[in-house]
Design a protein around this ligand. Structure first.
Ligand code: ADP
Length: 521
């Protein structure tokens, strides 16, 4: 707890819900600005859709989704078209209210006309998604996986995944959806908060049984059935990295707005909860990302009617304690200090006489390295090995080609101008076009203004954020894709976008060079 009246800054701030303090000027905060907004159902679906437009095959781990109310007509049309082209297709859809959690307000439908339009759709935006009808079953039950992921840093990107997670089970045997069973939540929804109310829920002290188990126990079972568990892990890692790559562009916009570069501010890290469903063929599908995953290691038990007591939950404890412990080890400010001392030692070694260098070496040794090497003097020597496994930058090379929107966001941020904003004004957009030399006889400045007004108006009418006026990042990305398609006809979209980014970066680098020379002059 941060005692009221405390003046001294802390080295780690652990907020309960979201990043909300604007008067922290140093240290590390356990939440990123904007993360809660970014993982809402609609925003996440939009961010993934942008990536699906660029890389459809790489982003096929997220069910096809439509945003309500604005995409309702599109949803109806697309479903009709797909049914026409394949009359044997008998889909089911799941409707999820935006900002909902714990299964709140979720229902299944067989036909677009079953959406509960009466009043609620306008007042409560939602995502409607293709329902995965053939999930992997264990003991005839549907289950999902909660995996903990540490986003340790945004720039440079650093991601860790916990080696173990939780598997949360339904409490009624699964049947593929029919009109008769659509409403049976204990059969179709894996939420702990719902299934706990079923008479069939089993609290177990054993991590291998019950309605909540460790993910590793499932993997053991799958492996004994001959499943390729290594491939499954590698698919999960890839899903996590790709999802975070979809979120980073907008997170960077929030970040520079709350913690402007060059001003004193904290650095951020965040533990995220990834909800993943395994399909029958073991393909992992992303259901959602939680910015504030529950870290409870107890559950309520009804001792006698109406009398409840909190009792320890060994399954939660096994997974969650390790996640928090390792997060603190990884962001440990003492460790950073020790690293700095070591770095200084290297510098000294390069510049000083041998005698001075050996003094510095001694200093570094005294500080202890505390890293994964875990030498005998390390304060971590007695702790279990890390459960959080670094996956980025470890696998950065495999995924760097996907980070196109990140580069578009860097252009956007450059032209935001006034610090602290998240939206681009018309002048900023014009300057972007001019500095990147995108206007020509076929694309006049008047057309630039029309493009800006059209796209900005449409995005603002979706009513996401009325606080500021101007063009949000998503609108800028749409405008950028339009420009890329215009300029590089006939290439696939991701190549058009990559070419336009190269073109813009080239002209901006030339401009910076010119300004530098002029400045020197
Ligand atoms: P909430 O935030 O309310 O928990 P989720 O998106 O996690 O919303 O959905 C709740 C549950 O519904 C999931 O845990 C999962 O069991 C089920 N579910 C969600 N989306 C799908 C889907 N596309 N296909 C099959 N089941 C799904």
């Amino acid at each position: 707890q941060f005692p009221f009246g405390r003046r001294l800054p802390c080295d780690i701030y652990w907020h309960g819900v979201s990043f909300h303090d604007n008067d922290i000027f140093s240290g590390q905060v356990n939440k990123f600005p904007g993360m809660t907004e970014m993982v809402r159902k609609i925003t996440l679906s939009r961010a993934v859709r942008t990536m699906q437009d660029l890389f459809p095959l790489e982003y096929n781990f997220y069910p096809r989704s439509w945003i309500l109310p604005e995409e309702f007509p599109l949803f109806v049309d697309e479903v009709r078209m797909m049914k026409d082209s394949d009359p044997s297709w008998k889909p089911t859809f799941i409707v999820k209210p935006d900002g909902g959690c714990q299964g709140d307000g979720i229902y299944l439908i067989k036909d677009p006309s079953d959406i509960r339009l009466t009043g609620s759709i306008q007042s409560r935006p939602a995502v409607v998604q293709e329902y995965i009808c053939k999930p992997l079953l264990v003991d005839k039950l549907k289950f999902d996986i909660r995996l903990y992921v540490l986003l340790k840093s945004l720039e440079p990107l650093e991601i860790y995944i916990a080696k173990d997670g939780l598997s949360r089970f339904c409490t009624e045997p699964y049947q593929e959806p029919t009109l008769k069973n659509l409403h049976q939540v204990f059969m179709h929804l894996t939420n702990y908060s719902l299934n706990i109310h079923s008479g069939n829920f089993i609290h177990s002290d054993n991590v291998n049984t019950g309605s909540k188990r460790t993910f590793s126990s499932i993997l053991c079972r799958l492996s004994s059935r001959g499943a390729d568990v290594k491939k499954l892990w590698s698919d999960i890692i890839s899903l996590v990295i790709k999802t975070i790559i979809a979120l980073t562009p907008e997170l960077k916009v929030y970040y520079q707005s709350d913690i402007p570069a060059g001003k004193p501010g904290p650095t951020c890290f965040q533990i995220l909860g990834f909800d993943i469903l395994l399909m029958k063929n073991l393909k992992p599908m992303l259901l959602e990302v939680n910015a504030n995953p529950s870290m409870r290691i107890e559950h309520e038990q009804e001792l006698s009617p109406g009398v409840f007591e909190n009792v320890p939950s060994p399954v939660d404890e096994e997974v969650k304690v390790a996640v928090i412990r390792d997060t603190l080890r990884l962001v440990d400010p003492q460790k950073k200090k020790r690293k700095d001392v070591q770095y200084n030692y290297v510098l000294w070694y390069r510049c000083q006489t041998l005698e001075e260098a050996s003094e510095a070496k001694e200093e570094a040794r005294e500080a202890g390295d505390g890293g994964e090497r875990g030498g005998s003097r390390s304060p971590e020597a007695g702790l279990p090995s890390l459960c959080l496994k670094q996956v980025f930058p470890k696998y950065a090379r495999q995924f760097s080609y996907l980070r196109l929107v990140d580069r578009v966001a860097a252009l956007f941020i450059r032209f935001l101008g006034v610090k602290g904003t998240t939206k681009l004004g018309p002048t900023g957009f014009r300057t972007f076009i001019r500095n990147c030399k995108l206007s020509n006889s076929n694309f006049s400045m008047a057309s630039v203004d029309i493009l800006y007004i059209d796209i900005t108006r449409r995005w603002n009418s979706m009513g996401i954020d009325h606080k500021e006026s101007g063009m949000c990042l998503q609108a800028f990305v749409e405008a950028f894709f339009c420009l890329a398609q215009k300029k590089y006809k006939s290439l696939p979209l991701h190549e058009q976008v990559a070419s336009l980014i190269d073109f813009c970066e080239y002209h901006l680098a030339a401009l910076d060079e010119k300004r530098l020379v002029c400045g020197r002059g």
